[in-house]
Design a protein around this ligand. Sequence first.
Ligand code: UDP
Length: 335
Amino acid sequence: MRNPIIVTGGAGYIGSHTCKALHAAGYTPVSYDNMVYGHHWAVRWGPHEVGDIHDRTRIDAVLEEYRPTAIIHFAAYAYVGESMQDPGKYYRNNVAGTLTLLEAMRDHGIDKLVFSSSCATYGLPEQVPIAEEHPQRPINPYGTSKLMVEWMLRDFGDAHGLRAIALRYFNAAGADPASDIGESHDPETHLIPLVLDAALGRRSEVTIFGDDYPTVDGTCIRDYIHVTDLAQAHVLALQALEQGASSTAYNLGNGYGFSVREVIDCVERVTQRSVPALIGARRPGDPPRLVGDSTRIRAELGWQPVYAALDTIIATAWRWSRQKKADDQHGPNHV
Ligand code: UDP
């Protein structure tokens, strides 16, 4: 087997797109996923090992079988609202589970990790665009759990020589341009898939969470980044570690933001369908404007987003959503 890399959460949204990118770059992605939120149909580019990051015996067996040189770690819960209601679930899975994984890596002599972190580690921005030096003061347990892992990575680096690159994503969006895989959350809470569902008539409308923010049209602004560009950044981070890079963290965004209304307008333009939108209450914990400064990863790893335009991001997600619908109707290709 050529260059096996363990991808925890490889059956999830960003994990599966990264498996495709790894495969194209000459690696064998070995998906390690407990299938709580993962999809069997999303694992297409390498072996699929069902297992939990809490299960040390299972992790040991998989590491012994594949003898990977590195791990890309996505497996985590990622619903911000749920993390406020049930923080223990987030600390147990995202923090304690990652600790089990790190100890296994240490004991198996695996010293390279790419970690799926988040702009949620920054909390409320003091200025935008947000660069890596911005203070990290998360405002919800999800963000705190990701920051705690970043701290564990630092300490495992100091004590055991682990080298880790944490990638702090802004808003992952879009789908594989070939429509092999795409976004499919249950429950779905993200703006773009919800707006596309409304365009498809799968839901009657979307609710805009507040239109009285201090932004151009009063709705929140986010930096949407295409999942395939994100996936490519993981491959670059892995290659940098292989070439001896030290531990660091990089932001991943496109560097410009779009309001909720602009996203809805763009969906209407791309799909040629209308999307009924209601104005609802603000969602607690939503900063008005989150935009990432990704200058460092561009300069240091040569990362170059290919699908940066919002129209492209939405067009790929649209293609995927429609196909998903067709498959749902004609028998589950998508389980
Ligand atoms: N949003 C919205 N209605 C929805 C879902 C999301 O207005 O039904 C807004 C949300 O308040 C935020 C933006 O869309 O400003 C992006 O939200 P999403 O949940 O996709 O990502 P987040 O920024 O929370 O990571």
